[in-house]
Design a protein around this ligand. Structure first.
Ligand SMILES: Cc1cc2nc3c(=O)[nH]c(=O)nc-3n(C[C@H](O)[C@H](O)[C@H](O)COP(=O)(O)OP(=O)(O)OC[C@H]3O[C@@H](n4cnc5c(N)ncnc54)[C@H](O)[C@@H]3O)c2cc1C
Length: 244
């Protein structure tokens, strides 16, 4: 029988030697794998859910992935509620919702604004009809609001530290020979005009005039944040700030 040519025999020897070398290297070498791909990171142990007890938008994340944190370290910074409202809410949505602690209803009521809808015009005095209710009919859409520029006006609110909603807010306005004062966040029936403050400020448009006004707690809200008497005091304090 003929033997294979020398070149073929040498080739087989080289291949066998390479295989032996590879097997030897594979049995002692430490292999590091790097795989790139898309997917989710799902931590399975020692995870801690971080939730805000207050509403708000994340302003800054103060940690990086994999960083070890200790009790008390700042993890993230939230914006206050108000910027979220200013940047994302609409006046139409706010007044149609007529939340008893919302800001815009007080502004529109004190400015004697007109609410324009796709069907008619409604005076602010007739628009806000109670907690979360308005004069809007089914399917009626607010298209604009308008008001005369006042000679003077001001708004001050005592914000809830968590949501920034008004625990009490007072909007004062003077114009066209009339003074109007609207209070939000305090009334158990929603935004309302304060007759006593309007009369006093019609005579004397000053913070000092507020001191002489009797501000009753009747009809004001009591809730987990504060009671009606506290809100009555806030009406006085916010009216003075609005006039300052
Ligand atoms: C964290 C947080 C903090 C907040 N803080 C404040 C605050 O400090 N002060 C404050 O005033 N409010 C505050 N809000 C409430 C906020 O103002 C209102 O939710 C917002 O203004 C609603 O506006 P929107 O355009 O998002 O209305 P949407 O939420 O879209 O609508 C509200 C309601 O109004 C109706 N609606 C909307 N647009 C119209 C329209 N043009 N015509 C008729 N109906 C309409 C909708 O059908 C819905 O029933 C806060 C809300 C959040 C979430």
């Amino acid at each position: 029988m003929d033997r294979p040519p020398l070149a073929a025999r040498l080739g087989l020897v080289v291949i066998a030697a390479l295989m032996m070398t590879f097997i030897g290297w594979a049995s002692i070498a430490e292999v590091q794998e790097i795989a790139r791909g898309e997917g989710k990171i799902i931590p399975v142990s020692k995870t801690q859910i971080v939730q805000s007890s207050e509403a708000g938008i994340v302003q800054e994340i103060a940690v990086t992935i994999g960083q070890t944190v200790s009790k008390g370290d700042l993890i993230l910074q939230l914006d206050d509620g108000d910027p979220a409202v200013r940047h994302q809410g609409t006046i139409g949505g706010s007044i149609a919702n007529n939340d008893p602690a919302a800001d815009y209803p007080a502004g529109l009521l004190a400015l004697a604004a007109t609410i324009h809808t796709n069907r008619r015009e409604i005076a602010a005095d007739d628009f806000f009809t109670g907690l979360f209710s308005t004069a809007l009919d089914e399917g009626e859409i607010i298209t604009a609001v308008s008001f005369e520029a006042p000679e003077a006006c001001g708004y001050a609110k005592f914000p809830n530290p968590a949501s920034r909603y008004a625990m009490t807010g007072v909007f004062v306005s003077k114009g066209g020979g009339a003074v109007r004062v609207a209070v939000t966040g305090a009334g158990s029936d929603g935004v309302f005009r304060h007759e006593g403050l309007e009369q006093a400020l019609s005579k004397d448009w000053s913070a000092a005039a507020v001191d002489g006004v009797k501000i009753s707690a009747d009809g004001l809200m009591s809730d987990i944040h504060c009671d009606a008497a506290y809100r009555a005091n806030l009406i006085r304090a916010m009216a003075k700030r609005a006039l300052a």
